[in-house]
Structure formats: C-alpha cells, structure tokens
Ligand binder design. Structure first.
Ligand SMILES: [Zn+2]
Length: 588
C-alpha cells in the first residue's frame, strides 16, 4: 500500500519528471528541492527489497519505469543529478556543503545494489558504477590532480563501501575513506552541524544534525569492518556510550532540537519539543546493525530493537500511508502524521527500512546462526559452509514472550539466541523440552551448540512484566516521572482513552499494578496496560498563579483513584486527536 501511494507522489510532485527533463524528454522546469532525486532512489530501494520476496507485477512495472527514467538522465561522463542540468550545469560539484549531490549519489548506489541483488538486473547497477567512477575521478588528493572534498550530508560513505563489496573494487572503499578523512578539516566550513568541526577519530560526543551523524557513523562502521582500524572502532564505541548514556530518548529517538535538527547538550531531552526525526531513528537502526555485525554484542541488538519498535515505528501510521517527521514524547493533540512532505526524506526512508526488515532478523557467522529479533515467520538460511537451514518461529512477540523455534537442519552448528537486556526477570530455554544447562544472562546471546536432527525445536520464554522506567536525575523534564515499558515496547497514555482526565494530573505509585490485556479490536490489535492510578486534584490556589513561596509544612495533594489505559507509543495519533504523555508523574 505504501509503495504505490508514494509512487504517485513521485509523479505528482515532479520528482520523476525531473529525470525526464534531464534526459530531454520534457521541457518542464525543475520541480521541488535540490535533493529530490534521493526520494526517487529511496523509493526504488524499497521497491527492490519488496520485489525480492513478493511477486507484484504492478510494482515491478513502476520500478522499471523509474529505472528507465534514471538511466536516461545520466550524462556521458557518468554525472547524474537532475537539478544540475542545463542552466545549472555550471554549478556541478561547486557546493558540496549544501547541495546534496554526493548524498543523492549515495542513495542511487544503494538503490542500484538493492535492485541488482533483488532482481538480478544490471542496468541501474551500471548507472551507479558509472557515477561512482565519475566521483572517484573528480575527488581525491590534490597531488593526483583531483579535488579534496567531503559532503555536507553524509551517505555516500556507506554506499561506496557497499559498492566495493558488491564489485570487489577496493577503490570505492578508498574513496569512502577519503571522504571520511577529509571531514573535520574545515573544507565545508567547520561547523558541527555537518560534523565538520573535528576529525571523526577525535569526536567525543554527538553534535549537529542527528541524521547526518548516524549516517557518518554507519560509514565509519562499514570502513572499520573492512579495514579493522582500531581508532575507528574506538571512536564508534565512545560515541555509542555517550549517546546511550546522555543523548537519547527512552524511545530510542535521537535529536533534541528543532533548530538544526540536532543533538542537544547532555541530558537535554525535552518531551513535547523533541525533534527525534524518524530518519534519525532509522539511522540508529542502520548504525546499530553494523555495530552488531562487527561486534556480536547484544547491546547493539537491544538498541536496534528499541529504535525499531518505538522511535521509528511511531513515525508510520498503522495503515502505512502517513508519517511523522518529528516524534515528540508529549503533545497537545495537534501533531498529526501526513501522507507526504515537501522534504520527503522520512516517508521514503520509512518504506526502505520496512522493506528491508526481513534482513535484520538473522545473521550468520563461522559458528552458526544468530537470532536477533523474535517475530512470527520462516527463514531459509545458508551457513558459512553452504549448508541450508530452515528456521520457523512461532510466537506472538512482542505481545508475548514465548518463542518456539523449529530447526530443520543437519549436522553440527550453533544457534545463538538473543536474550534481550529488557528481560531482567530472567529467561528460560528448553531444547526438545529439556531445560538448557547454561547461564541465561539478559543482554547477551546464548549459544546452543549441538548436532541438529530433523524435528529439533527450542522453546524460549522471555518474561515481560511491566517496567516503570525512570530517567537520569539530570534529565530535568522527567524528574519525579516514570515511563512504562513492557518487553521492547514503550507505552504512553492518550487523551482519547481518558476524556475526563488532564493527563498532567495522572500519577502512578511504585506499587501500581498493571494488567496487560490483548485488544484485537484496538489499533490493529495491541496489548494495552490497564491500572488503577490516581488523579491529583490541583489545589484551587494554583488556578490563580504560576509561582508561589514554598511553605514549610508542604501541602499534601488530594488524590482520587482513576482507571487508566496505556497503549504502545508507536500506535499513538491513530485515533481522534488528543493529548499524549509518555512520562507520567509518580508518587514517592
Ligand atoms: Zn527524515
């Protein structure tokens, strides 16, 4: 549903016509923003990942139309960007800071790799290689007669590393290294907004535009995976610790400030004014996936899952056709999803991630198969030595913590099962109905090593009691407040479920008992959390003033019991508009 709807927007907004114009097929003027080509490429990447598994002739036709338009627009020297044509052609590569040429090129390369892997066709891939060769010929050290440069919006770095993997051509990887190393030299103005204020390897914290920083980290992680350079890994680990301990929302959202779509200071995490762009959450998924692949540590899968189910998923409506750009954690009911945006980075990025999701559930190593995410489904997985294993997950996760995995494979290998960090109550695991004799530490992978036989199955139980979360005391907006989580899901309360209640008067006690209940009729089917909480009767004195002197004795507010229903945060703003609160007052 999302892909055809977005295709119509690509047509209606002139994004595809821009390619036809560049090819000389129409006399229309350029339409939209300078970086609009990237939306076409992201849509195409999403279509490719979808066509890898789904037989959809209509979608295939749309994708072919797009590939034709892109290929026809490429210039003889390999250059391809529809804005810099005709009267703008002299401006090619003149403003790498602001005009997004390398950013668009990166998305074309990624789309082409997806198209080649999914469909086996090579047309778009040739286009991408031709453009990449043009980039390699243009940018490089002065002594080679090229231009030193780095892009204002990162993205080309990870695309070039992937292209090197796809082609075996290490020069593409060297080009990615070059762009990374040129950053922080002041070539594009030296601003933190573009992560140009310091060389990457000396960064201590996340500054500037959040999406750009995530993409930069992805590129650096990809380079580390290929080169093993210790300084890159040390920087990535340092930034990850800093981000998760001081600069991240409880939803996994990133970027506190609307100004500059940027990270804030440590513990600067406003709720209603959160920026937390959907693309930044996607960037976090992409980065954590890379960290997981290179380190095999469950903390990265934990964060990938947190960002996926909460900060990212809230950005998409339940029917998959409307999107948030910003994802606040409190609202008065005015913030609503839209089908499209003038700057459409989030919708096209969202479908790109959704289409590639099957790739995030499992991975392999020399030892065997890693299970990162739990979800109903089946997979055919090739081990490093070529053997094929079929895995089938039977589960109602994330609503329930029981997961049964059927393993159809023969011979010896390990199955690494993720024990999520949120599973503080302790996991249990049975292999063919026998409890596994191993320590099951939350926030790690447990290895089940055996000689597998047909009919083998595992039963994993991940208890998911409702957890009341508190924030670091320096995150001042959340002082004396709690947020609710169950399993990987963050919860919230919405006005529509509490028409008589000002959500700001709602308070929870540490002893408040929640009843999780599956409601198939609500929000596409969700587990809601129900509880008897209390409502503070605001003393009448406060109706007349904003401040007052603290009185020595203090004043005990009057509380009334009130029934509340919390829903998963990702599902908010799908019913009548009304207030939202993630962080609720707590007593005691
Ligand atoms: Zn975005």
């Amino acid at each position: 549903m999302s892909l055809p709807a977005q295709y119509r927007f690509l047509e209606e907004t002139g994004r595809l016509d821009n390619f036809r114009r560049a090819a000389g097929a129409t006399g229309l003027p350029f339409q939209g923003r300078v970086y609009n080509d990237s939306d076409v490429y992201k849509w195409l990447e999403a279509a490719a990942w979808t066509l890898a598994t789904d037989d959809d002739p209509a979608l295939e036709q749309m994708a072919e139309t797009v590939v034709e338009a892109i290929a026809a627009a490429q210039q003889p020297d390999g250059y391809l960007n529809t804005y810099f044509m005709f009267e703008q052609a002299a401006k090619r590569w003149t403003n790498l800071r602001d005009l997004h040429e390398l950013y668009c090129a990166g998305h074309l390369i990624q789309a082409a790799i997806a198209d080649r892997r999914a469909t086996g066709r090579g047309r778009l891939f040739q286009v991408a290689c031709h453009l990449a060769d043009h980039i390699c010929a243009t940018f490089g050290p002065l002594e080679q007669g090229k231009r030193p440069a780095t892009p204002g919006h990162e993205e080309i770095e990870m695309a070039l590393v992937e292209l090197a993997r796809e082609t075996g051509e290490t020069r593409y990887q060297a080009q990615a290294s070059f762009f990374l190393d040129q950053r922080g030299q002041g070539l594009i103005g030296g601003q933190a907004y573009h992560q140009d204020h310091r060389p990457f390897r000396s960064l201590e914290r996340l500054d500037g535009h959040a999406v750009r920083h995530m993409y930069l980290n992805c590129g650096a992680a990809d380079l580390y995976t290929e080169t093993g350079e210790p300084a890159l890994l040390a920087t990535l680990e340092r930034l990850w610790v800093q981000m998760t301990q001081r600069q991240m929302y409880v939803s996994g959202g990133l970027g506190s400030r609307h100004v500059g779509e940027a990270f804030g200071q440590d513990y600067e995490l406003p709720n209603a004014r959160a920026y937390a762009e959907t693309c930044a959450a996607i960037g976090s998924v992409l980065w954590n996936w890379r960290m997981l692949a290179l380190a095999g540590e469950a903390q990265y899968a934990d964060l990938l899952e947190l960002a996926l189910y909460n900060a990212f998923l809230a950005g998409v409506s339940l029917d998959g056709t409307a999107y948030f750009y910003e994802n606040p954690l409190a609202d008065d009911g005015r913030h609503r999803r839209q089908a499209w945006f003038d700057c459409a980075c989030c919708p096209t990025n969202a479908i790109r991630l959704l289409a590639s999701l099957p790739g995030y559930v499992y991975s392999t190593s020399e030892e065997g198969i890693w299970v990162h995410l739990y979800a109903q489904g089946a997979a055919r997985i090739q081990l490093a030595d070529g053997r094929i294993v079929h895995l089938r997950q039977h589960t109602r996760h994330p609503w329930e913590g029981q997961v049964e995995i059927e393993v159809e494979g023969q011979g010896e290998f390990s199955l690494f099962l993720r024990l999520p960090g949120w599973c503080e109550a302790g996991a249990s695991l049975e292999v063919n109905s026998q409890p596994l004799d191993a320590a099951l530490q939350p926030g790690s992978y447990v290895a089940v090593h055996r000689t597998w036989r047909p009919g083998d199955s595992l039963r994993l139980n991940l208890p998911m009691p409702v957890r009341q979360m508190q924030a670091h005391p320096y995150a001042l907006e959340n002082t004396a407040r709690v947020a609710l989580m169950r399993g990987p899901l963050l919860y919230c309360v919405e006005g529509v479920d509490h028409p008589q209640l000002d959500l700001r008067d709602l308070t929870l006690a540490p002893t408040t008992a929640f009843t999780p209940t599956f409601r198939g009729d609500l929000l596409g089917g969700v587990v809601v959390l129900q509880a008897t909480a209390s409502q503070i009767d605001l003393p009448a004195d406060w109706h007349r003033r904003l401040y007052r002197t603290v009185s020595g004795a203090g004043e005990q507010p009057v509380r009334q019991p009130v029934e509340i229903t919390a829903i998963p945060y990702y599902a908010w703003a799908n019913r009548e508009p009304g207030p939202l609160q993630v962080w609720l007052q707590r007593t005691g």
